[in-house]
Design a binder for this molecule. Sequence first.
Ligand code: PLP
Length: 382
Amino acid sequence: MLKQKHRAWIEVNLLAIKYNVQQLKSLLNPATELMAIVKADAYGHGAVEVSQAVIEAGASWLGVATIPEGIQLRNAGITAPILILGATNAADEVKAIAEYRLQPTICNPKQALIYHEVLSMIGEQVAVHLKIDTGMSRLGVDWQEAITFVKLVQHLPNLEVASLYSHFATADERDRSFMHLQARRFEEVIATLRREGLTPPLLHICNTAAMMDDRQLHYDMVRTGLGLYGLYPASHLKDTVDLQPALTVKARITQVKEITAGTSISYGRSFIAPEDMKMATVAIGYADGIPRGLSNRIRVAVHGQRVRQIGTITMDQCAIDVTDIPDVNIGDTVTFLGGDSGNTADDWANLLNTISWEVLCGFKHRLPRINVTEAIACQQRI
Ligand SMILES: *Cc1c(COP(=O)(O)O)cnc(C)c1O
């Protein structure tokens, strides 16, 4: 088996990702498009394989953060339209976007004019997406200036306006008031444009949380990230659709050792054996994305049984308590997250006072991604 080679790895269940796309699509009108957000290596799941899977399952657009992320997908032969969500301002970036048929986000008049200048020079046309700031205050022109901005860009012959979009700051919160304020601002812009006969082909504002929360906000397309990977943006959105996590983190035992009461484990001696014990060393650490802040706080699975992680998690290795597991051997597999570990990215996020997005993006490239197509518990519901 290929897996035997690896000290630690991530298994990605592409069947779960396809199932999640179908579940999320069930919330949409048939005419509404699903843009799969595959930035940050598809939230740690492997951008190329995930992109191919989501397209097979019915996503029609892809969204990434950076130009290299878009180029990676084009080089893998992916032909779906790709939106770059981040800002791109340099002449070389404009040229790369034209060459690889990527579609940039245009956030202000100055950037639009840079695109105009470079594209006129190289004689290329690019489809662009105009970002309106309705309250996130990250990228985009203020909603009060949107009309002037749209008019400006529509007059630039090398820029073809493909969409107008905005982004919510609080879609995962129970209190919807700010989300609705942002939606009203977006709607005001659209109404004014319609009156002037200037509406762009596509309108979109939803991330996963907003699309789950309010069908009125779907417009022509939704931009779904987290949900594809089987996680809910918030606990109050869990009854919307059934989602299946797709990622499992595993590593191998490299040493098994009997220790006597009083023996300390790892840097700083944060764990001292209260009695005679059996410990195992596992070949995974914080350089792989197991956060050091979880030291002595999680359980992991060995032979289907949950055991304590003990001692400080180091860069490349950590220890577990296998006192109660008979026949533990070098080479045995330990599940840290997903699968039979009993741990979800939400559990770790709660322990670390962060969000599941950050836990998923934290797994490093040192961990090979292995695609598996395991039957999922709810598969019959597809
Ligand atoms: C990352 C991102 C998304 C996806 O957000 P999720 O909450 O993961 O669904 C959507 N839109 C923009 C602009 C983003 O940056």
